[in-house]
Design a binder for this molecule. Sequence first.
Ligand SMILES: Cc1cc2nc3c(=O)[nH]c(=O)nc-3n(C[C@H](O)[C@H](O)[C@H](O)COP(=O)(O)O)c2cc1C
Length: 387
Amino acid sequence: MRPRKRVVTSPAGGTILPARKRKPGRPRSRRPSRLPPLPQGRSLVLEGSGATSPRRAEPSATELAAVDLSVDLAPGRGGFRLANPILVASGTFGYGVEYGEVVDVQRLGAVCCKGTTLKPRVGNVTPRVTETPAGMLNSIGLQNPGVDAVVERYAPTWTAWQTSVIVNVAGESIADYVEVCRRLDGVPGVAAIELNISCPNVGKGGLQFAIDAEAAGAVTAAVRRTTDLPLLVKLSPNVADVRPIARAIAAAGADALTAVNTLSGIAVASDRRRPLLGNVFGGLSGPAIKPVALRVVYEVAQVVDIPVVAIGGVTELADVLDFLAVGAVAVQVGTAIFADPTLPVRLIDELAGECLARGLSSYQPLVGTALPPRPDAPSAKGVEYRP
Ligand SMILES: Cc1cc2nc3c(=O)[nH]c(=O)nc-3n(C[C@H](O)[C@H](O)[C@H](O)COP(=O)(O)O)c2cc1C
């Protein structure tokens, strides 16, 4: 086995810095980064969580490779087939190129790059990140060099990759989204688009596209008319009922849904005289949000016919299996990458190993096993727990 290289990653730009040297005599820590405190947070999450199957002998690479992990994220429109269902989430893996020395990027199902806007954005004022119990808050503010620079700097590299790159797109108006997608359309190396609709819609006075079914459907339809690229639309968990929004997006022509983006939160400065983040509000991510993400995927998977890709607090194989069980066909790994960039690739092999241990030649039988068996089950009627 290749030794793991220890790194610390920067949420803002995906820059990789060498990890601090271990002081002589101090025990080696499994997780090099201070962000996030995953092991402590995991213990609560793990209670009652889906266990993995006990292993016998370690399967060989050939045995693992024989398991069919491929997934189609646009089965309704010509197909968007990935080699496996483990993707990396937008904003947590830069543009992929930054990780070449520490991760075999080519093995990933796909890379979702940092949110891309029409014009360059410097992002929010600092501080922009802080730890939370079992997660982190970020208010990076979509720092990115703008779509033209992204295409010029990164697409030539992506073209040579066997891993698909999904460009995450953000904007403040439908016209913004349409123009960014028009500029990405047909660019070699850009395999698909993921719409980040958790942005203020200036046309609607700052209301997020993601919290309004009509606005979410309208932006999806407009982008759909602009490009034939596979189109994924990312749901926000910051809504009372996500199902009408998911339905509107699917009806507007999205090929797949991704769920979820971060949960809105704040932290307080240590002197208790102001909120901690420069932007006041931040997005909560990491294991803390997994139950919410599970609930959203569970609800959405029952009301749309397009594939659902789960995101939220994945730190180990059991999380992947949980998300598959509630109807996701693939998962994205986000915050956990800051602590261990090698995790996503390891999960690919672990998922294949899990299939072998269960005597499966593909992971498909693991999808949807925890969904209600009957069409009239409570969650499909909308009577589930609502605080
Ligand atoms: C530092 C940081 C930056 C992010 N930037 C984006 C972004 O640009 N676009 C987007 O759609 N989601 C962005 N996200 C949200 C993640 O893609 C993901 O949906 C969320 O973090 C939940 O997954 P996790 O718990 O595995 O991190 C960002 C998350 C973090 C932590």
